[in-house]
Design a binder for this molecule. Structure first.
Ligand code: TMP
Ligand code: MG
Length: 211
């Protein structure tokens, strides 16, 4: 528990294709960390509760049409509007488990053909995660999971391009976990990665994304 020793909380991000299991695994990780007495909150992007988030949600539900660059900047703005709260939570000792972040922003927009440098630019200055857990699932396998196809990007051919862009974004903070393993196995791996990260980053300074 970072809070107990006066250290900061960890910024832990889960990334992966649609239906890779991020949301279920974030929830499981969150209750595990809470059970350990660790100050933790579960966040997600897009945060559909803000007014920007509502525009994003309508776009994803195909209820509105937006130009590719416009929606890209809205996703980014949705992170920017939470940046200062994010920083104060982390500095106050709360660990954040975040379902999607800037990597989703870049991978999904780049998969539409937008320039990667252009996609990264609005993310510069957002907080850098201490750990990125990528849940690796084949696009075809993800498509077999329940609820697939409900939102705009849930098409196998598109998700294959997203996966390629995710691959090119991997850096030293990334840990790739095989998301096709049994749920309990994945859960166990995430617990260990998260616990290590939380204890290692207590005395480390918060930094910004290195893009
Ligand atoms: P969700 O299913 O996790 O709520 O995410 C909704 C969709 O939005 C998902 O297909 C990924 C996509 N997305 C982006 O295109 N850019 C972003 O910045 C984020 C956070 C998500
Ligand atoms: Mg979704």
């Amino acid at each position: 528990n970072g809070g107990g020793k006066g250290g900061r909380g960890a910024l832990i991000v889960l990334e992966g294709l649609d239906r890779s299991g991020k949301s279920s695994q974030s929830a499981r990780l969150l209750s595990f960390l809470e059970g350990k007495g660790c100050a933790t909150e579960g966040w997600r992007f897009p945060d559909r509760d803000t007014s920007v988030g509502k525009m994003i949600s309508a776009y994803l539900a195909n209820e509105s049409q937006l130009d590719d660059r416009t929606i890209h900047l809205l996703f980014s703005a949705n992170r920017w509007e939470k940046r200062s709260l994010m920083e104060s939570k982390l500095l106050g000792g709360t660990t954040l488990v975040v379902d999607r972040y800037s990597y989703s922003g870049v991978a999904f927009s780049a998969a539409k053909g937008l320039d990667i440098g252009w996609c990264k630019a609005p993310e510069v200055g957002l907080l850098a995660p201490d750990l990125v857990i990528y849940l690796d699932v084949q696009p075809e396998k993800a498509a077999e999971r329940g609820g697939y196809g409900g939102e705009r990007y849930e098409r196998v051919e598109f998700q294959k391009r997203v996966a390629e862009h995710y691959h090119s974004l991997r850096d030293s903070t990334w840990k790739v976990v095989d998301g096709s393993l049994p749920m309990e196995t994945v859960e166990e791996q995430l617990r260990e990665l998260a616990m290590n990260c939380i204890s290692e980053c207590q005395d480390k300074q918060l930094t910004n994304l290195p893009w």
